[in-house]
Design a protein around this ligand. Structure first.
Ligand SMILES: [Ca+2]
Length: 105
């Protein structure tokens, strides 16, 4: 026998950070006993970007694609992480690839 959590994604550390789960077992002669499992719901931790911020210089009119800087992203729980770029000013020739940020051609 084991005690498990169904639909664990529905647990919310903000609205219900703890749950007391009581197991009660009764025998055929009417004897009964209970035990409690105390469950603490930990909040999701955001991914961690390692290697930024940093400043790099790029020559104007440079058209050769080149790597600007390496970075790594990890998630404390091992969640799947997706990344996107926004640039200021918008529309810069930058791209994010699996292993590098590059200057587009
Ligand atoms: Ca996470």
């Amino acid at each position: 026998m084991c005690l498990l959590a169904n639909a664990i994604a529905s647990l919310d550390a903000v609205t219900a950070p703890t749950h007391d789960v009581t197991v009660t077992c009764t025998d055929s002669a009417g004897g009964s006993t209970s035990a409690i499992l105390y469950v603490t719901v930990t909040a999701n931790q955001a991914p961690v970007i390692t290697g930024l911020p940093v400043t790099v210089e790029v020559r104007e009119n440079e058209v050769i694609e080149r790597k600007l800087h390496d970075l790594t992203v990890s998630d404390p729980e091992g969640d799947t992480v997706t990344c996107a770029l926004t640039t200021t000013p918008a529309g810069g020739p930058f791209d994010l690839r699996q292993d590098a940020v590059t200057l587009g051609t």
